[in-house]
Design a protein around this ligand. Structure first.
Ligand code: NAD
Ligand code: G6P
Ligand code: MN
Length: 445
């Protein structure tokens, strides 16, 4: 019998993350054979920059793989096994507004947290649903691996609007943190870590980490490290090549850890535990969007243009990125029924036993060809339960607001966010966001 070869479409082909994903796919062909890779985007000019270079990479390393770049949904979504979705509706121009508008009022300006995250959510949902519908129309057996942000709000929307669809929402933040843990512990790979974790996306905690092979409890060593310097690594062991703002985030985890030394926190909790510190350390005229435009986008697109101009990747340093490794591991688990354990965003359904069954939670799951099967995390402590109930309500109200075109519910969502001081400020920010998003949001009543 010949081995099955798989077909992928990357939706949001023009993303800065696309070359990294292609490199990981090309690096794993022995474990995961591929017959076709397609790029789909609704902005041909942006996609072309990335796609022309990736086509060269594919030709160099695996010329037998068919490659297509297209803006035609029918072409893109026909004959695919996996859709990897990484769209950014409104591009960095809108990310910049999501970040800068709340900051005008002294409130966190962030891609996925607080008012900016809510604003992005209302743009992202229709875009993600559109792609899911294309997949179901043209390749009904395919799986969609979605990491388009804000993943928490998008996941709640897909649960509500497309409850039976084969979509898995995911995030790489815990993976990036585990890669740092591995450096501290002197282990070879994060796959050696067995974890217990609960939370919402960008809002979670580890309760246990142990060596998968020996069962050794790793929490004491990890807690000692985080209590001293957060997730900061000694420079010689930090291979993630991160910007200063990310280094500051990893250091800040010390203070997030201090609030509950029984658990180890996700970095994103800094925005909810210390909102005023975060505002104080942000330049309202030069936010993360500006850093990414001047940093990652320039670097990735510059590399792509050089490869295309030369017609070859010779001389380029091509690095596999961990973000992409995780996505390929998930696709492999689905394709080969590996039953690997992964942290995913799934309907709670009792996995956290004292929490809303209808919430989309982030918990470890066993992943096989029938999808993710959440692993029970039992009861969670009052502190986290209280925080999560508030935050999940923000996310649910944001989705309600979009579905019902409700101004009132969106105002409530912003008011309920821990990042917003009061209802008046929530309304001021909301009114500015409505104006900024008028090309994307429905009219709210
Ligand atoms: P990017 O702007 O570089 O790329 C996004 C691409 O999506 C663009 O080429 C854009 O034209 C395209 N696009 C926008 N709307 C579309 C639509 N409706 N249909 C098809 N294509 C569309 O952004 P990026 O910084 O590379 O990030 C891509 C996405 O991945 C973002 O949503 C980001 O938040 C997300 N992300 C998520 C995680 C996670 O942990 N879940 C990690 C990294 C990135
Ligand atoms: C992490 C998070 C993502 C987020 C990204 C932002 O990877 O898990 O959800 O999109 O960080 O990174 P950036 O470098 O674009 O600010
Ligand atoms: Mn994430």
């Amino acid at each position: 019998m010949t081995e099955k070869k798989y077909s992928f479409v990357i939706a949001g082909g023009g993303s800065t993350y696309t070359p990294g994903i292609i490199l990981v796919l090309l690096d794993n062909l022995d474990k995961f054979p591929i017959r076709k890779i397609m790029f789909y985007d609704n902005l041909a000019s942006r996609q072309k920059i990335v796609a022309d270079a990736c086509e060269i990479l594919i030709k160099e390393r695996a010329p037998e793989i068919e490659f297509v770049q297209t803006t035609d949904p029918k072409e893109a979504f026909t004959d695919v096994d996996f859709v990897m979705a990484q769209i950014r509706v409104g591009l960095y121009a809108m990310r910049e507004k999501d970040e800068k508008i709340p900051l005008k009022y002294g409130v966190i300006g962030q891609e996925t947290c607080g008012p900016g995250g809510i604003a992005y959510g209302l743009r992202s949902i229709p875009g993600v649903i559109e792609i899911l519908d294309y997949m179901e129309k043209y390749s009904p057996d395919a799986w969609m691996l979605n990491y388009s942000n804000p993943a928490a709000i998008v996941a709640e929307a897909t649960r509500r609007l497309r409850p039976n669809s084969k979509i898995i929402n995911m995030c790489d933040m815990p993976v990036l943190i585990k890669d740092r843990m591995v450096e501290v512990l002197g282990l070879k790979s994060r796959l050696e870590l067995q974890e217990s974790y609960f939370g919402l996306n960008h809002f979670g905690w580890w309760t246990d980490l142990r060596d998968r092979n020996t069962g050794r409890d790793l929490m004491p060593e990890l807690k000692k490290w985080v209590s001293e310097q957060g997730y900061t690594l000694p420079a010689e062991r930090d291979h993630q090549g991160l910007d200063q703002s990310w280094m500051d985030t990893f250091a800040k985890s010390k203070e997030v850890y201090d609030i509950d030394p029984n658990t180890l926190p996700n970095t994103y909790l800094q925005y909810y535990m210390y909102p005023d510190d975060m505002v104080k350390h942000t330049d309202p005229n030069y936010t993360r969007a500006n850093q990414v435009i001047d940093g990652r986008e320039k670097t990735v697109f510059g590399m792509c243009k050089r490869i295309t101009d030369r017609g070859s990747s010779e001389g380029e340093v091509l690095e596999l990125d961990e973000h992409a490794t995780y996505i390929v591991e998930l696709a492999r688990a689905l394709a080969y029924n590996t039953n690997d354990q992964m942290l995913l965003i799934v309907p709670n359904d009792g996995a956290v036993s004292n929490f809303d069954e209808t919430a989309m939670v982030e918990v470890p799951c066993l992943v096989g060809s029938n999808g993710p099967c959440p692993i029970s995390q039992g009861k969670i402590p009052q502190f986290q339960k209280g925080l999560m109930e508030q935050q999940v309500s923000v996310e649910k109200l944001a989705v309600d607001a979009l579905i019902e075109h409700s101004y009132q519910k969106l105002w409530q969502a912003l008011t309920l966010s821990r990042t917003v001081p009061n209802a008046r400020v929530a309304k001021q920010i909301l009114d500015d966001l409505i104006e900024a998003n008028k090309d994307f949001w429905p009219e709210l009543k």
